[in-house]
Design a binder for this molecule. Sequence first.
Ligand code: SF4
Ligand code: SF4
Length: 230
Amino acid sequence: MVAYADAADEMFLRLKEAVSPSHSLPTDLLPEARTVVAYFLPFDEAVVRSNIEGRNASAAWARAYVETNQLISDLNSHIADALRAVGYQVATAPPTHNFNPEKLISDWSHRHVAYIAGLGTFGLNNMLITEKGCCGRLGTFVTDLVIEPTKRPDIESCLYKYSGTCIKCVEHCVNDALREDGFDRFKCYEMCLNNDRLHVDIPGIKDVCGKCLVGVPCSTVNPTGRLRSR
Ligand code: SF4
Ligand code: SF4
């Protein structure tokens, strides 16, 4: 799944309030930016199922995180090479760990950028719910190639936000980080670091958890998607 945003969309400016005053604009990554591209790589359903049981993240989930982040880096490099070969410029940001380690806030939030590009809407679990759900990884890049922007969804994908009929992600949280009325990013990261230590045999950074993403209505589909075509 891929979506496009006009790099001059004023919503990028609002990320300085919504995320952090230091959040980058597309033109900070590429001064001639015209388009921001966001895409979603969903995890295989077996990987999603593997993470439902237990308090700790499954090995398959941790491995999928590491391998998909690498795939995003490789994809971005490949696309950048292809676009540069025909005269366009491209700038990319790393798929993860581009955040302030004290505040745990990113200066290029792939989730927020993908939201602006129309790839989905935010769930109560703070993840972007795409047409393929929220279990997967997001990639983004900026280019001076002009592509028509994607229309943003006009219906909330999260059942809590749409109709107040779901709170499963909160019920699934294993470290009391996610609540109906807030999110403690430090408690969440504490759990993620536990999993990183647990899966020491898997190379790479696996500060993952994802228990609030699996076994829920928005894991692999957009639960309100069918309402859009009515
Ligand atoms: S589990 Fe339910 S409340 Fe939580 S993000 Fe998904 S749809 Fe929304
Ligand atoms: S990732 Fe884990 S600790 Fe963080 S909110 Fe989800 S279930 Fe809770």
